[in-house]
Design a protein around this ligand. Structure first.
Ligand SMILES: Cc1cc2nc3c(=O)[nH]c(=O)nc-3n(C[C@H](O)[C@H](O)[C@H](O)COP(=O)(O)OP(=O)(O)OC[C@H]3O[C@@H](n4cnc5c(N)ncnc54)[C@H](O)[C@@H]3O)c2cc1C
Length: 354
């Protein structure tokens, strides 16, 4: 069966890779040139937080996110180059006067989990110092043992590397696909037919879906004076920030969330908010160096939920919003399942050669 995947963000890349692993012949089309890192997926911090995201998100995100947390360790083992992945739990904390926000966070999450019928203690109330001595001054916090992080840039590179080496995969760079429809794409004014087409264009699908862009800004710091291992969220009445520890004292501080399709550089206001919040978590950030700053726009649908939709000859993944790295394995799995069910119905007893 001859398949086309349009868009090599985290969704398209992982999808093409899993389809190839199942033996399908896959062509992956990406409008960026080889080596360019402009997809939203390259900007992500790589937080894998199904539970902490529940404060703002629907239970679906938690359920899909948990499925991804099962798939990630299995899938990463199948890649030929290692990808940084850590699952040691996350901390959610707040400053003294904002502790009321922390209680609110806890109640909201518990209420939403109750709707899931879950009785396990998935969130523990502890003292920050129990996990991070340097953050003892923050006092009470919530510890979520199941959460973790992955390096999205490493993931993106590793998956494309294996795709480029795979027998039945062709990766086409610099190909801006003008139209994506059932069994067909339009490229350079010509129609090209496939047995099935997968649309993973993110914001590139704006003409076909009611997508909006949500700008996010993220700063990378090198902070030799800071030793934090756990992903740490700071709850604040006006903004939420997270500190994502990477090897070699690198920390990602993020991320803003601004309703705008604006790719201009990080603003002064955002930098002030992110950096002052980071400094309030650990004074060692005062001497840190800003080594990288990142801006991109998240593809969001009106309900802020992911879309996995299959019609005959066309499967769409989109609307991954602020959870694309977390949700990608689960939505890719779902897309392949629905495609295979629909394709089996459509082709009846006709067997395609994989
Ligand atoms: C600052 C920031 C931090 C984030 N942090 C996290 C995080 O910690 N955890 C998390 O889970 N998520 C995070 N996200 C969200 C996550 O990055 C997105 O949800 C995810 O990257 C969306 O992936 P995607 O594959 O759908 O889209 P994209 O990554 O945008 O990929 C779409 C691809 O399609 C290509 N394309 C578009 N149109 C065409 C066309 N016509 N022809 C060919 N190719 C086309 C594009 O060039 C692109 O490569 C963050 C986002 C931002 C901005």
């Amino acid at each position: 069966m001859k398949l086309a995947v349009i868009g090599a963000g985290v969704a398209g890349r992982l999808l093409a890779w899993r389809l190839a692993k199942s033996g399908y012949t896959v062509e992956l089309f990406e409008k960026q040139e080889k080596g360019e890192q402009n997809a939203c997926s390259f900007a992500a911090a790589g937080i894998l937080s199904p539970l902490a995201e529940l404060e703002m998100a629907e239970l679906d995100i938690f359920t899909l996110g948990n499925r991804s947390m099962q798939l990630y360790p299995q899938w990463l083992k199948q890649l030929s180059t290692p990808v940084f992945y850590r699952q040691i739990g996350s901390l959610v904390t707040a400053h003294g006067t904002d502790k009321v926000e922390l209680d609110h966070f806890y109640r909201v999450v518990q209420r939403k989990l109750g709707a899931d019928g879950s009785s396990q203690p998935l969130v523990e109330k502890i003292n920050v110092g129990d996990k991070e001595v340097d953050l003892s001054h923050l006092g009470d916090c919530l510890f979520i043992p199941s959460e973790g992080q992955v390096d999205p840039v490493g993931l993106m590179k590793s998956v494309i590397h294996d795709l480029e080496l795979a027998d039945k995969v062709t990766v086409h760079y610099g190909q801006n696909i003008a139209a994506v429809t059932q069994n067909q794409i339009e490229i350079a004014g010509k129609q090209k037919d496939f047995d099935w087409v997968f649309d993973c264009r993110g914001l590139g699908a704006k003409n076909d879906l009611p997508l909006r862009a949500v700008r996010g800004e993220l700063l990378w710091l090198k902070a030799p004076d800071v030793e934090i291992k756990h992903l740490t969220r700071l709850i604040h009445p006006r903004y939420r920030i997270y500190v994502v520890p990477r090897p070699d004292n690198v920390y990602l501080i993020g991320a803003t969330e601004i309703e705008s399709e604006d790719y201009s550089p990080v603003s002064v206001r955002s930098s002030l908010e992110l950096l002052s919040a980071a400094y309030s978590v650990h004074r060692g950030f005062g001497e840190a160096r800003i080594i990288h700053n990142v801006v991109n726009c998240r593809p969001a649908l009106p309900n802020n939920l992911p879309l996995v939709q299959t019609d005959n000859g066309l499967t769409t993944i989109n609307g991954l919003y602020r959870h694309g790295i977390l949700l990608a394995p689960a939505v890719v799995e779902q897309a392949i399942n629905t495609f295979e069910q629909a394709a089996n119905k459509e082709i009846g007893n006709v067997q395609y050669a994989n």
